[in-house]
Design a protein around this ligand. Structure first.
Ligand code: PHE
Length: 453
């Protein structure tokens, strides 16, 4: 008997969609990357520009993705292809969807490795490895940890197995069930950590740092960095949100849902900052620590505080929850593509995607130890994959989606999908999607390939 196409599945409710999509958005990007980017880029000014980008670029592209997905109810490649054919547009649009599927595999290959670090750090924290530790000692623990390829490979394998296990159970039984537990758990952990941060002092300094814009710190670089971050953090440009939109029931308003998801995503990023910077400032450490902020600075900070090991463990658990709900969305377009296009079962699709991701992940594992020599244009394998996806594929994918929804689809079709939203929202969306978002993304892209310095 023929299996029903996966995309005909629906979320059990609009809330389930919002949990899943905000689970996709909230990830390593918010809790690990956002604080260190804000720290490196001067704090308040970066945060302000980031929020503007979320509203002016992120939200319109998110609406476009959900709209395309729900209208076609197919994987990203066939969604774009089918809608293009329906409206007499070029078949070339479908390659945008395929590029997204590939970007998902590439991102997942390192996402799984980094998520593995957070699992390892839960164990280290709880076992008291960070009690009273100094900065150089924490640095040494981190370097020691990433220098062992077998250890990293083990964590990568474990995380990938869990993610594939969730994905194999399908949209309703796997993803929906997982986000129902993980998202509320994440919120509780986050609130607990903020209270802890407040209780240990330094919250005032953290809030001042995040909310006082120093416009002198604002240059072209900062603006572009903030926009790139908005993009990655909202899971846009590779079809994850499009895929989730394809499971959205007809009677759910798209625009309002996107606004809620974006608000949750930015909210978690800011609250994560409010949880992290008190520890940084409370211990007289520098905010511009870079990517090591979470894995080096935080253990030092927590290690000085009462019950710090437990709270550090909770912090990395939070990071793990956030990463898992993003990871399932990274592979969903690929799974749907394989099942719908090639008629494979979901189990077979999981096996194929899993093998490809696992193998590619080895490249990232080795990038931190035996293969750390720059290999492609001065980059390690990990850096190259990150650059290719975040700086090239996502902005280009997002641009294409905005152009497709804003120009290739007739207004009648988009208005029909957005009919549950207010006329004003529809008007704003159209303006932003046709003009503002594409122009802004072009700037990011030119920056990414180095034309804007
Ligand atoms: N938004 C996720 C994060 O912030 C990453 C992600 C990107 C997930 C693209 C899906 C698609 O970590």
């Amino acid at each position: 008997m023929q299996q029903p196409p996966v995309a005909h599945v629906e979320w059990s409710s609009r809330l389930a969609f919002i949990l899943a999509a905000s689970g996709s958005a909230v990830g390593l990007g918010n809790i690990w990357k956002f604080p260190y980017m804000a720290g490196e880029n001067g704090g308040g000014a970066f945060v302000l520009v980031y929020l503007l980008c979320v509203l002016a670029v992120g939200v319109p592209i998110m609406i476009a993705e959900i709209l395309i997905g729900r209208r076609a109810r197919l994987n990203p490649m066939d969604a774009m292809g089918t809608l293009a054919a329906q409206h007499g547009r070029s078949g070339v649009w479908r390659w945008v969807g395929l590029a997204g599927v590939i970007a998902g595999v590439l991102i997942m290959s390192y996402y799984s490795v980094i998520t593995g670090w957070t699992v390892a750090y839960i164990g280290k924290s709880v076992s008291g490895a960070f009690n009273g530790i100094s900065g150089p000692q924490a640095q040494a623990v981190f370097e020691d940890f990433i220098s062992d390829p077998l250890d990293l490979l083990l964590w990568h394998t474990l995380v990938l197995a869990v993610v594939l296990g969730i994905a194999a159970r399908g949209v309703a039984g796997g993803i929906e069930r997982a986000v129902q537990w993980l998202m509320p758990g994440l919120l509780v952990l986050l609130v607990a950590l903020v209270c802890y941060g407040a209780a240990t002092g330094g919250m005032g300094a953290a809030a001042r740092f995040l909310f006082t814009p120093d416009f002198a710190a604002l240059d072209g670089q900062t603006v572009l960095a903030a926009m790139g971050q908005a993009f990655f953090s909202l899971s846009l440009g590779m079809g994850a949100i499009m895929m989730y939109g394809s499971y959205l029931p007809r009677q759910a308003p798209i625009g309002r849902s996107a606004l809620i998801i974006a608000a949750l995503d930015s909210g978690v990023a800011i609250v994560a900052g409010l949880a992290i910077f008190p520890i940084v400032f409370g211990n007289g450490m520098a905010p511009g620590e870079g990517p090591g902020l979470v894995f080096v600075t935080l253990p030092v900070g927590f290690g000085q505080l009462p019950a710090g090991g437990l709270f550090a463990g909770l912090f990395f658990l939070l990071l793990l929850f956030a990463a898992l709900t993003s990871a399932v969305s990274l592979i969903e377009p690929g799974l749907a593509y394989l099942t719908e296009r090639t008629g494979r079962s979901r189990g077979q699709a999981v096996a194929i995607m899993g093998s490809a991701i696992w193998l590619l992940g080895i490249g990232t594992v080795l990038s931190f130890n035996v293969w750390s020599t720059p290999w492609l244009a001065g980059r390690t394998f990990f850096d190259a994959v990150d650059y290719l996806t975040s700086n090239l594929m996502l902005p280009l994918g997002g641009l294409a989606v905005a152009l497709f929804a804003g120009w290739a689809l007739p207004r009648l079709a988009t208005d029909d999908e957005l009919q549950l939203d207010t006329p004003r929202l529809r008007r704003y969306w159209r303006l932003l999607c046709r003009w503002v978002a594409p122009a802004a993304v072009v700037l990011v892209f030119l920056h990414a390939i180095g034309l804007l310095g």
